[in-house]
Design a protein around this ligand. Structure first.
Ligand code: GSH
Length: 217
């Protein structure tokens, strides 16, 4: 595989998953940042969906973060999935489940009124409780072995920690299993190094610009 190039938006959790995986696998890669508010023509010509991440590899284009992850995992063994097919399938199902929580975070960030915010927080809490109830074989989802599922949820934990730190909004307060998993995840080097230095500043600007109810907290 030639050196892949990842097209990124600095606060995109889906791109962040690709970055964590590339770092875990110690794959040398280039990264190009675009502004999704004003996507450049070359990006629109490249991306069938207009979304990031896009991975360019050997002159070909891959899109959809889950597919990018599966490809990178497959061509750079050993796999970060469990080897048992049923366990692997279950992991993939939970990865899909986790993806929907990113939309909830986005909605929390963009809600203008306290009422709208409370509604999306309720929705997110419901999903988080479902995750809390499944058996996580600590310290990681599959026990001692860090896996694709841990990568899948890492950007979410980072965003929940951000909400707690800046807005005193603690969605893991009553979820000790998720809190412990989050603490372990947030200490992982690949996770710490998966965002740009100005990550939190950009999120804060975004919240302010959207006149989110969070600015009133
Ligand atoms: N299912 C996609 C979701 C990617 C996604 O929603 N990316 C957002 C940024 S975080 C995006 O590019 N949005 C631009 C748009 O929807 O036009 C994946 O997993 O790659």
């Amino acid at each position: 595989m030639a050196k892949p190039k990842l097209i990124s938006f600095k606060i995109c959790p889906f791109v962040q998953r690709s970055v964590i995986l590339l770092k875990e696998k110690k794959i040398d890669f280039d990264i190009a940042y675009i502004d999704l508010n004003e996507p450049p023509e070359w990006f629109l010509a490249l991306s069938p969906t207009g979304k990031v991440p896009v991975l360019e590899v050997d002159g070909k284009v891959l899109f959809e973060s889950a597919i990018i992850s599966e490809y990178l995992d497959e061509v750079n063994p050993p796999s970060l999935h469990p080897s048992d097919p049923l366990q692997k399938a279950q992991n993939r199902a939970w990865m899909e489940f986790t993806s929907s929580l990113y939309m909830a975070f986005f909605k929390i960030m963009m809600s203008k009124t306290k009422e709208a915010g409370a509604e999306v927080i309720l929705e997110a809490n419901k999903q988080l409780h479902t995750l809390e109830k499944i058996k996580i074989n600590a310290p990681w989802f599959n026990g001692d072995k860090f896996s694709m599922m841990d990568i899948s949820i890492a950007p979410l934990f980072m965003r929940l920690a951000f909400l707690k730190q800046h807005f005193n909004l603690d969605l893991l307060e009553d979820k000790p299993n998720l809190q412990a998993w989050s603490d372990t995840t947030m200490r992982r080097e690949s996770v710490i190094n998966s965002v740009v230095d100005e990550f939190e500043d950009i999120l804060l600007m975004r919240i302010k610009g959207a006149e989110s109810f969070l600015s009133l907290i």
